[in-house]
Each structure stands twice: as C-alpha cells, then as structure tokens.
Design a protein around this ligand. Structure first.
Ligand code: ADP
Length: 394
C-alpha cells in the first residue's frame, strides 16, 4: 500500500493542504492540493488533483464548519474516500515560529507543543492557528505522527551578531531578536540550486522571495547568513499590504499624536499598507502593472527601490555577490519586476538577457554577466513533505 503525507498550512480563516504520495524511492508527487477559505464566515473548500483537475468545490454552512477541526474532518473524509488504497503515514505542518530553540523540524510531542505555545506572543497572528491545526489532527487521529516545520529554522545559521537589535541586552534574552521568515522557501531554493546553477550554489547568493509577503535572504554555500525580515514578518521589503522596514518612531507618532490603539496600528501595518496603501488600488502586482494610475507606478517603483536597497545591504553582508535568484508569485511570474530590479543591480555586475527573462530562465542574465540572475520556482509544501518523510523514515 502506498504511503501518503498530508501537509497543512493553517491561517486564521484558511486551511491550505497538499497530499503527497510517497514512492519507495525517488521524489514525492502531489496527488491533491486544496484549501478552505472563509472559516468563520463563509467556508468554501476547493481541491484539485496533481494534474490541476478539479476534485471538489463545496460551500459549507458556517454553523456546521466553524473551525479548523471540523474543516479537517471533512477534508479527511473526502481524501479517505478518494485514496482508499493508500495509508496516511503522517502530517507535516507549517509552523511560523520555532523561537530561539528550533533550528530544524521536529516530531510533535506534548512537551514540544508546550514549548511551541510559549512562542505565541512572538507570532500572535499565525502561531495559534498553526498549533490549532496540530491539535485538530490529534483529535481526529491521535496516533498519527505529526511534524512541525518552522519558517524561522533555516535562519538559525546566521551568526550571533546578525541576530541583535540595538535594544538593552535583556530584550534579546527574552526573545526580541531577528529571526527571519520564509525559511522553508529558502531551504527549498538552497536544495534546488546545485541542480540548476551548480557554479554558484556554493557561493554568495541573494534569494528574493517576492509574493504577497516578500523578503530576501543572503545565503553562503546554501546557508542563511542574513535576511530582510526580523522579529516579525513586518520587517524588510514593501509587501502586498505590509510596509516593511520603517522608523519605529512612526509607531510612537501613531500612538501618541494620532491616538491610535495597538489593534488599529496592527491592522494598518498588516492589512492596509504596502502596495495596497501606497497605490490606493490594490495589493495584486498584476493589477498595478496593468494600471495607468500614477500611484500604481509609484507603488511599483517603491517596491523595486526597496528590493534594490536590501540587495545592496545583503551583498555587503556576503562580501560580494555571485547570483541573484527570484522566486514566489511576483518573482516567478513578473518579467517586468525582474527587469526593473536587475537594471538597478547593474553595479553588482548583473546584465539581464531580456529574451531569457521573458521565458523565466532559469538563467535570466546574459552570458557575459559577471553576476548571474535566475528564476527558481519555490515549493514550500514539498519542503515540508520532505522533512516529514525524513523524520518518519518513510
Ligand atoms: P503568497 O503565497 O505569499 O500568498 P504568492 O507567492 O502566491 O503569495 O504571490 C502572490 C502574488 O504574486 C500576488 O499578489 C500577485 O500580485 C503576484 N503575481 C502572480 N502572478 C503574477 C504575474 N503574472 N505578474 C505579476 N505578479 C504576479
């Protein structure tokens, strides 16, 4: 009987999942990919098979499916009836925060759960939902092994000096430090690079993960040495609805002069800023690129400006640059944004090959380019499935 691994990524009102078939040898393949959106309001399940064909599209009654546990029960029922000849061997979870402790994924135990709960204050918008999904699986199938994979773990290789903020030392000890996020994406890219770009994989690489959340990571020989995100996923680049790096004095201004509450500021920083706030049009890069509005152009220009600034900073951390890699929704799909970023990176020796860029590479820099540029699609779900397979020895 074929083993299956279920990968879960739980948000406040959503539950994304991927089901992987585990062959006796070789890479796993996704056999179902789906998501429940609108938990708590108007829950809706959409599932596709590995080839992208629709398996299910159901609207649920919120009085019957109010949270992750009920959603999971329904998803389990659907997958069980579709994959009757196979056995679910384990579940891998995306857990945003591994705190200062965890530099690698771990098999979930009651003790580990208690420790992961300690990190809720570090990521109050995400961690509780990630842990709720683990508990929901425990309720449905208590014996099923579960693995927690952290967005922070990959960055634990950064040297100590890189992890500080200039606050009194005791804040560092209580956990106020730079962690970095999107680690599962960067780990996937680090694993893929030797096959795609062997000449640079062992060198100094900056990876730009440009999705609705966006960050950059400096890697040396496949290990993280710096990242644009820090204590939370608010730091660094301009994002879809988040401002990225800004003067903390602005928060004081909003509190003291504008009389805003912490909750209102949270809403402003997580949901109303970034591309959406600057453009006044939306957070979808496709819409902004197609718009004639001057503020859409402003938002795009500022997005690119911030990437090029961060690229300079990370190249300085690396002591030079051998390659720049683009990934995630915008990085993989927008030739225009890649072109604008590469134009600003000419000083680093990057010369874009426009035809290759239109075809999304993988190499998008010209043969004579001293520093190369690449497009490498990321796959965080597969990375979680790989960790789960390894820890369960499947
Ligand atoms: P996340 O996983 O963080 O939600 P993704 O990595 O899926 O985000 O990226 C989503 C973003 O990618 C969307 O907001 C959209 O703006 C952008 N995107 C997708 N396709 C394109 C495209 N062809 N051109 C420009 N941007 C795109």
């Amino acid at each position: 009987m074929e083993n299956l691994i279920l990968v879960l990524n739980a948000g406040s009102s959503s539950l994304k999942f991927s089901l992987f078939a585990v062959p006796a040898a070789g890479e796993m393949r996704a056999v179902a990919v789906g998501q429940v959106e609108g938990l708590g309001t108007a829950p809706r399940l959409k599932v596709k098979d590995g080839a992208g064909e629709r398996i299910a599209d159901e609207q649920w009654d919120k009085s019957e499916v109010s949270g992750h546990a009920q959603a999971l029960q329904r998803i389990a029922g659907l997958l069980r009836s579709r994959f009757q000849g196979s056995v679910l061997a384990g579940v891998g979870h995306r857990v945003v925060h591994g705190g200062p402790d965890y530099a690698a994924p771990l098999l979930v135990t009651p003790e580990a759960m208690r420790r992961l709960e300690d990190f809720i204050p570090l990521a109050p918008l995400h961690q509780p939902h990630n842990l709720a999904a683990i508990r929901a699986v425990q309720e449905v199938q208590p014996e099923l092994p579960q693995v927690a994979c952290f967005d922070t773990a990959f960055h634990q290789t950064q040297e100590r000096v890189a992890q500080f903020y200039g606050l009194p030392y005791e804040y560092f000890e209580q956990g106020v430090r730079r962690y970095g996020f999107h680690g599962l994406s960067y780990e996937y890219i680090a694993a893929a690079l030797p096959g795609i770009a062997p000449a640079v994989a062992g060198g100094r690489v900056v990876v730009a993960h440009l999705g609705s959340g966006a960050s950059m990571c400096a890697m040396h020989a496949g290990r993280s040495v710096g990242s644009s995100m820090g204590f939370t996923a608010l730091d660094g680049l301009l994002m879809g609805t988040r401002p990225g790096n800004m003067d903390p004095g602005i928060v004081l201004y909003l509190l003291q002069q504008e009389g805003m509450s912490a909750k209102q500021i949270e809403d402003l920083l997580y949901k109303r800023s970034g591309l959406l706030g600057l453009s006044g049009i939306g957070n979808d890069m496709r819409v902004l690129l197609a718009s004639e509005e001057p503020r859409a152009r402003l938002a795009i220009d500022h997005f690119v400006y911030r990437i090029s600034r961060e690229l300079g900073a990370l190249a300085a951390v690396l002591g030079g640059l051998d390659a720049l890699v683009f990934t995630a929704g915008i990085g993989e799909n927008s030739a225009r944004i890649r072109q604008l970023v590469c134009e600003k990176a000419r000083w680093l020796g990057i010369k874009i090959d426009e035809a290759a860029n239109e075809l999304a590479g993988p190499r998008i820099s010209s043969a004579g380019s001293g520093t190369s540029a690449w497009v490498v699609p990321t796959n965080e779900e597969l990375m979680i499935a790989r960790h789960t397979r390894k820890l369960l020895a499947l």
